[in-house]
Design a protein around this ligand. Sequence first.
Ligand code: SF4
Length: 439
Amino acid sequence: MNKAFYLETFGCQMNVVDSEQIVALLSAIGYSQVDSAELADLVLLNTCSVRDKAERKVYGHLGRFKPIKDKRPELIIGVGGCVAQQEGEKMLEKVPYLDLVFGTHNIHCLPELVQQAEQGRQRGCETDFQDRDTRLNLFPERTVQETVTRFVTVMQGCDNFCSYCIVPHVRGREISRPSQDIIAEVQGLVAQGAREITLLGQNVNSYGMKDDEEVSFTQLLRHINAIDGLQRLRFATSHPKDMTDELIDCFGSLDKLCKHIHLPFQSGSDRILKLMNRGYTRDEYLGRVKRLKKVCPEIRLTTDVIVGFPGETEEDFQATLDLVEQVGYADAFTFLYSPRVETAAAKMVDDQSAVQKQQRFDRLLKLQQQTSATIWQADIDQVLSVLVEGESRQGEGQMFGRTNSNRVVNFSGRPDLTGHIVQIKINEVHRNSHLGEQV
Ligand code: SF4
């Protein structure tokens, strides 16, 4: 008999890729995916612990499944991802109706954990970190999807230990996948119909740096840029300290590399950057931005900023506002600092009031919204190349795609345009997308 699973994914694109692997592993043991927990034999949460109160939210979320389990005690409930890695066995103690927990290095254990639970054996928890060689062998097959844009993981983990960040604690040390595996995966995805690939890692710029035998990230980009049938190439996330001139120059020389980069700066103050352990100064960051704009004048930048880091003064915050104005980001993810367990910043003295932090956050948001509006308004009446990704949620006959600069565009069109690059004249600019017409 066919069994059904329901999966919810939180957090970054790395988790989205992990969820594709979860889907492939569960399909191999006879499960198919459904879109409601009510219909499922197995319910899984793939969690993220980067944001504030993440653990509490996961426990709250699990509570939604208890009434279903009360009605159907054979329902299996599991949690994976970063919160599972961080909490481990504690989750089984705190949630008596939870059956299994698997960490960021243990996705491959999922079929066995599920089968144990099916057979009514003990509840299972697998959160051991794996060694490098084991991890490199643990890139299981992903589900076949005929989608235009796909993500490919090039590395896992992080060695940077930014003082506020939980990632190195829950994803482990950095390892790079062999370049030939990455190239083969991209070729396979392009053969399945992918036209745009985003290379993923916590810090893609340090790809291959720990391995003398491996190519650099720049060389990897050149190999992938040469793959026939691929039309667009992106990567995320870049750490400014590892952004070499050679990599910046790729934005001028690789025809498929999109003219957009997400380059988190986090703070405009050298004092705070040092406390954050970011490994670059404000001037070094601005120097890289200057070179990017010189090599590729039409490039659009997006970023991450943290407001209210422990010890941040009004002067530090002004330096952040000033940097936002100087660079002119098309978009920014702005975060109010919140301490994460196990991190160095969690032990720092934080003497700002919540009100003060919120006021600074609001000021930054206002500035960024004005900047974004000005930058995106410049697209009005322009004809832009849009890679069509599929039918839009805006209504019947509406399609959507993305510009080279990663902006979503909705327009009227036929479904068979999916996978093609079309020319769209931009008529309206909305907060998160453009509206246009095919020309
Ligand atoms: S580079 Fe810093 S912020 Fe990014 S994942 Fe690594 S530790 Fe976290």
